[in-house]
Every structure is written in C-alpha cells, then in structure tokens.
Design a protein around this ligand. Structure first.
Ligand code: 3PY
Ligand code: ZN
Length: 631
C-alpha cells in the first residue's frame, strides 16, 4: 500500500534522514487502520442478503451439486506444451510447429468465449483456478487456451468484483506450458469504443507481460486500418498476431452480394500484408455454413499460405459440421469448448470432435479421458451459474435470420431481462434483424453488435418501429452507442453508412471519415495515475492505470466496492452470487490457512433511514451489520 509513513518513506529507507526527520515529517507516523477484512466479508454477505446485486436466487429446496475437482498426479513435472515452443524458439518456432503438424490443433475456449456465450461471461477466477492443474498436467496437447479478452475484462470488474489481471497471472502460474490466447477488439481493445493509440499499445504491452501469447485481433467492420496498429504492437512484444476476418452473410447465396467470397479473399490478403502470423476466421454468430466453410478455408489458405485458425459458434447446430469441413479444407487450428460448456451459442464440442477424428490422418493426441474429467468438473460448476443462462434449450436455425453473435446472446438476454422486456424477447430478436438491415447490413460483432442490440431494445421498449426512426429520429433520446456509431466513432462500416438515417440521427452534424484513434489525443497515463493515487491514497500499478483508461467509471466503482466489501474473489461461487439462507453456515477462506465461519441468523425491518440490521454468528460470536436497503 502506498502510504507515506515512515516504513515506506523512500528517504527513510535509503537512510537519507537526520534526527529531525520525524519532527519535520509528522505525517509519517500516521499509520492506516488495519483493514478489517472480516468486517468487509460480513458486509458483502449482508449486502447480498439485503440487496442481492447479482439477481441470482436459490429457491429453498434447491441444492447445487458439490464441486469435484479431478485429482491430478501431483509431484510429477508439468509436461511440455506449446508455450515451451514459444519460450525456446519464439514466434517462428510456433508457426513452424503449426505448419509441420499433421494433427489438427485445438484451442479450448471454455474460459473465455464459451462462458461469455453461455453464462453472460460470469465464470469466476476461482472456478478456473480449481481446474487449472488438470489442464497443465493432462491437457497439454491443446494448442492454446482462449482465456482472456472479449467481455471478460469488463465483466470481471463490473460484475465479479475481481481483477482480470489477477486472473491472468494466477492462471499463468498454474499453466506455464500451454499458450494463452486473448480476443482483442482492435482499436477498441477490450472495450466498446475506440481508444487513443497509446492506450492500445500500453494494453498490449501489459497483456503480453502478464502472460498472453496469442492475440486474436479483429475489427467490427473488418476495417484493416483499425487493426494494423495492434498487429504491429503484438509483434513488437514478440507475441503471436492472429488477425481475424469476421464472417457474416452467406458466400453460398448468390443473392447476398455484399459479403462475397471475393470480399473475404481480398481481406485475407490485406491482413497477410499487414504482417499477421496466423489468419483467423471468426464466425462470431455461427453463420458460416458447413459447405461455405470448406470453400472459404481453402480459398484463404491458398491466397495467403498462412496457418489458419477457425472459430465458429454452434447456435444453429451446424457448428460441428462446419468445423469438420474446415478441417477437411486444411484448417490448422480449430476452436472448441469442453463438452459440458459447448454447443448452442458456444463453440462446438471438443470431446466429440476428438472422437470424430479418431482413426483419421488428422486425429489429435489430446487425452480424451482427461477432456471428459474436465467436462465432468464444468458440468457441476455450470449449475451454479444457471441464472445467467440464456434459456436456449436446443440449437436454433433462427440465427441465420437475426445473426446475433454467440458472445452477445446470453448477455443480451440478461440485458433484456433487466429492462423488464423478457416477455418480448422474441420481438427483440426480430427487431435486431430489422435494425441490422436498416443500418446497412453491417458486420455485427462487438461493439457494432451492441449498437444493433441497444437500438432493438430501445425500439421494442418504446413500442416503436423502424419508421419512427425516420419520422422522429432527431427527437428521440437514442442509446449513446447508436449515436456514436453514426458519428463514425467505431470506424467506417464496409459499404458506408445509410446516409439518410445518419443525417436524421446526427441532426446534420458531420460524421468522422477517418480512423477515430488518429483524432483522439494521447492518453495521459501519469496524470491518471497521480489522480488515482491522490483519491485513494495508495499506489497504482500500470495494469490498474490502463484499466482505468479503458473503463474509468467501472474501474472506480470496482475500487470503491473493494474498499467497502473487500475483494469478491475470496468467496465460493455460491456465496458470491446467492444471498445466504437463514441459519445457513459457510466458510470463507480469506487467505491460506485463515478461515472465517459465518452463520446468517436473520435481519431487521428497515429503520427510518432505510437501513437494515443483518445478524450473523461469526466464529462463534454474535455480529451485526447495518446495510442500506437499496431496493
Ligand atoms: C467479443 O468481442 O467479446 C466477442 O466475443 C466478439 O465475438
Ligand atoms: Zn466467438
């Protein structure tokens, strides 16, 4: 902690003081009150009971299954994996390894896209760490783990009250042998808007330093200008750049001319010229039909000669067929999720595809028994997250109509629920398709997908239709994301903006024509750091400062929350999300060997100021916590 007291004073430590030092620096003897972590833990639980911020509830008779962690052969050395190739032979070593590999290589997306797509990104670090040894010791045949980026960064701070950096560091410690991969939204980093170039650079530097090896870089409009800076920066950090093509439309349909095979081939060439090490096909909604996958993969491989990494979502149920077709056409690496976290809006099933490839030339050496053990683990863990599931029970062909990305789907359901519109979820999906058409049939992936989603919800909530946008679009208080899109703040969509609608919504203001990152003044990191240090009287790391640069409000709310309630990551998942039930007793491990035993006894009615008293037994002693009832 950054406190100018005597034991942390630079002058004192370096011996640069005389006998008057203490007299002339009285502040140095002001020591902070030791943080009472136990009180924070009780406050956190009391707040859950009174305000239930996660919205998750367990009915009285509901039981969640105990978590079972498969036993790893401890004491044995962690076997070598792809990360060792990068460590020893650099990026070129990894690329050569991919090129000479006869096997299909697999990326496991369970810790990023799978839970983003199934559980509104809520999977907590604790539940990842518990299975990390199993990955390191037994699933070292995986090419990479996609475990960071996309929405995980924001959601960690916003909803899980834990640090995404800590997640990265802790997983890296436990899994030193498998390449770590993240999803980077080009000029939007891990946010929903463009950032100044120096923020993108600093973010990539720190992500690299903390353990990311492969950066899948995309732009929501496939605008290469918004990707080159990130590609170059990744390479400067001696990491692997995987520039990705976002797929939309249908190359098989001669009526859908906007996003043709030729369009994708040209794009692939541009990305190869921009210096990408691997080329990604990012089919974020799962629209790439199996036979189209075969054509596209083959064409792009021929055009670029680069290793190809294939990513899709199984929303339609055709995802596994697309993966197999992509493999057939020469895809080098494919994304899948562990069985119990796969399917629907998530990635296709890793375990099943391993069996599908058995006895073929491109069969994988990944340990199928351990893939099952890990699946068993997640099957139980997933149950704890049921409030965040989308409700989808089977694959749906409707995705070919609405085109909602898998990674947006479960988040959108939660957003729709929070707006009180869950009864009109079907209408929102239909409106999503209409809005897309009206915006010019854009590529929908974060953040452009958020624009479409926000506008669809806005229209449904207000009982408006598309015509209302034309008739009174200049008078409506449209979502910020929509205005920002029309202003050009997300970049230039392929094929341009729908100009009539744009001029109505911007009320005649001129939109940006150039890359927003060029216009934004560089971010002043040192000023941000010193402001934070002043406000919170402590030191802030580079990682914290860049988090603040990306998400100023969310990051501060996180800091304030942690000041008041402590770090959310200490709780088991049940106790983190769900209010305790009366008479329930739990254990909280606040650090190795330090366990609190807490029993919830009951609560009072609110007093005249709206505060309730929450009664606990804490390590055998009675304790009361006052909490404002915000409901
Ligand atoms: C994200 O950017 O979060 C995505 O998952 C895009 O598919
Ligand atoms: Zn995805």
């Amino acid at each position: 902690p950054f406190l100018q007291n005597v034991i942390t004073s630079k002058n004192f430590i370096s011996g640069n003081f005389n006998t008057k030092f203490i007299d002339t620096n009285p502040d140095l003897l002001k020591f902070p009150k030791p943080q009472d972590r136990a009180t924070k833990v009780l406050k956190f639980l009391a707040n859950n009971i009174v305000n239930n911020p996660s919205g998750a509830k367990l009915e009285n008779n509901m039981v969640l299954p105990p978590i079972r962690i498969p036993v790893v052969k401890y004491g044995e050395r962690i076997p070598a994996g792809t990360k060792d190739i990068l460590n020893r032979h650099g990026v070129k070593g990894v690329i050569d390894y991919i090129k000479q590999s006869k096997e299909v290589l697999f990326t496991d997306t369970t810790m990023r896209d799978a839970h983003q797509s199934l559980l509104a990104t809520r999977l907590r670090t604790k539940d990842m760490l518990a299975i990390a040894d199993a990955y390191a010791h037994h699933l070292n045949g995986l090419f990479s783990l996609e475990m960071w980026g996309g929405a995980t960064f924001d959601v960690s701070y916003r909803f899980l009250k834990e640090s995404p950096w800590e997640r990265l560091r802790l997983l890296r410690e436990k899994i030193p042998n498998i390449l770590f991969q993240m999803l980077l939204r080009g000029s939007n980093a891990v946010g929903y808007t463009n950032y100044p170039d120096n923020v993108i650079k600093e973010f990539i530097r720190l992500a690299s330093k903390n353990g990311i090896d492969i950066f899948r870089i995309f732009d929501c409009f496939n605008w290469v200008d918004q990707m080159t800076l990130a590609i170059e920066e990744v390479k400067k950090n001696d990491k692997i750049a995987e520039a990705a093509i976002c797929y939309t439309g249908d190359i098989l349909d001669p009526k859908k001319v906007k996003y043709s095979l030729k369009y994708y081939i040209n794009l692939a060439r541009e990305l190869a010229n921009a210096g990408t090490d691997i080329i990604g096909i990012k089919d974020m909604a799962g629209l790439l039909k199996p036979y189209a996958a075969k054509i596209l993969v083959k064409a792009i491989k021929e055009e670029t000669g680069l290793p190809l990494h294939f990513h899709t979502h199984d929303t339609s149920g055709n995802g596994e067929a697309s993966v197999l077709m992509a493999i057939e056409a020469g895809a080098d690496i494919v994304d899948c999720a562990i069985s119990s976290m796969s399917g629907l809006t998530s990635q296709p099933n890793l375990n099943s595809i391993l069996y599908a490839l058995e006895s073929t030339e491109r069969r994988s050496s990944i340990d199928k028994k351990w893939a099952q053990n890990v699946s068993d683990y997640f099957e139980r863990v997933r149950r704890y997250y049921f409030p965040f599931e989308s409700g989808l029970k089977s694959a749906t062909a409707e995705v070919y109509e609405h085109e909602i990305p898998g990674g947006q789907y479960s988040n959108l359901v939660v957003q729709v629920e929070a707006t009180g519109l869950i009864d009109r979820w079907e209408d929102v999906r239909k409106m999503y398709a209409k809005v897309n058409k009206e915006l010019g049939d854009i590529i929908k992936v974060t953040p452009s997908s958020k624009v479409v989603g926000d506008l669809a919800i806005f229209l449904v909530r207000n009982n408006f239709d598309i015509e209302d946008l034309y008739e009174k679009g200049d008078q409506l208080s449209l979502p910020e994301s929509v205005i920002s899109f029309f202003k050009g703040m997300l970049g230039q969509p392929y094929g341009g903006f729908p100009e009539k609608l744009q001029s109505i919504i911007l009320k005649g203001d001129k939109p940006l024509k150039v890359r927003p990152g060029e216009m934004l003044p560089p971010y002043d990191f040192e000023k941000a750091r010193s402001n934070l240090q002043k406000e919170y009287s402590r030191e802030f790391s580079d990682e914290a400062v860049v988090s603040f640069a990306l998400y100023p409000q969310v990051f501060k709310e996180y800091l304030n929350f942690v000041n008041e309630y402590g770090d959310g990551s200490v709780f088991d998942t049940k106790d983190y999300f769900y209010p305790l039930r009366k008479e329930e007793e739990i254990e909280v491990n606040i650090e190795e060997g330090k366990t609190l035993i807490i029993k919830y006894l009951g609560l009072s009615e609110p007093d005249e100021k709206g505060y309730r008293k929450v009664y606990f037994e804490f390590n055998g002693q009675a304790r009361t916590v006052r909490i404002k009832d915000e409901k």
